[in-house]
Design a protein around this ligand. Sequence first.
Ligand code: FE
Length: 334
Amino acid sequence: MSIPSPVYDPPFNITRASHVVLTVRDLAASRRFYTDVIGLAVSAEEGDALYLRGLEEACHHSLVLKRTSGQPICERVGFRVFTEDDLVKAHAYYAAAGLRATFVDVPHQGRTLHVTDPFGTPLEFCASMEVMPRLLTQFHLHKGGRAHRLDHFQILLPDVQGACAFYMKQGFRLSEYVVTEHAETIVAAFLQRKGNPHDLVLFNQAGPRIHHFAFTTVDAHTLLHVCDVAGNLGYGLAVERGPGRHGPGHAQYVYFRDPDGHRIELFTTHYQIMDIENAPVRWDPNHPLRKQIWGLPAQRAWVEEGTCFPGVDVRPPLVQEPVVTLEKFLAARG
Ligand code: FE
């Protein structure tokens, strides 16, 4: 098995993971969860849409919640490109690749490009948003998990190897990856544009679906504090996994399920990986704890459940990679 080659001079300049657009059944309930527990700030609430940002973010939004009466879904995941010229180049690139790319108007964003990747994930690109005050030093406004900025999102999909190659042609660099037991193919890829371990994470599973989106927070104490706050406010069972420490990326983390079941991660302690000699880190497939360096495995729901994209069929993975869930781990212990 070979890993795709990096492209250091990409056809257009994606700079980072930018935002996520979700639908929710009860906007007021979601607002309470994302502000009082997670600690996001409200930039605007307009009609059936709520726009939220992290405490250090000057962009208008990194999370958009839209009211729905149907099944909650993820409408799109968003990336930033550096300039409007990059948007034009992206449009040409995707059109040449046979993908339908369309310019659209989106509130509070500059010119915006919609495209669906070949694996079914709906993407959105923009080069600018309206500017909001950074609340980084407005400490009296910091609540709950004190979410600082959107860092990455994780997509579950059937063909990680193929999607990894697709995104690396656009300049994403592989920071870490996990291979199958006999190393035939990549089953988890950690891809980055902004110089830390990931903007886009791809995991082998039925999909495409979004597994989670992740915000940074300030320290490990806050990861414990946010669990206490969640419990006090009636969200104790929404704490799905952690606090703990990941293997790949090394982050300390805690995962929540929001009132509609969408999964959000708060984490800290990423590292810098941008120099040209930084080789991708391969995780030993025979390491018994290859996905984390201590603690119990993730429960089955964390491994298998995610949020669907609109109108996109969920297909089984090309590779059946056995995952040791918490349930299997405890059953094997007896
Ligand atoms: Fe994550």
